[in-house]
Design a protein around this ligand. Structure first.
Ligand code: ZN
Length: 51
């Protein structure tokens, strides 16, 4: 599964990292085979929407 998080404000890299870790650990209990967490900025084109 893939999670897309769109950030609408400036977040420090450090904050991003802990955010990502939080997400991963909260998803762990669901035992997904593969988990992708995508962090996108509001002004960034989602790569899943490019085509
Ligand atoms: Zn996306």
């Amino acid at each position: 599964m893939t999670v897309h998080l769109v950030l609408d404000e400036d977040v420090s890299l450090e904050h991003l990292q802990s955010l990502k870790e939080n997400i991963h650990s909260s998803l762990e209990k669901y035992k997904f085979e593969h988990t992708t967490v995508e962090l996108e900025f509001a002004n960034e084109q989602c790569r899943d929407e490019v085509n």
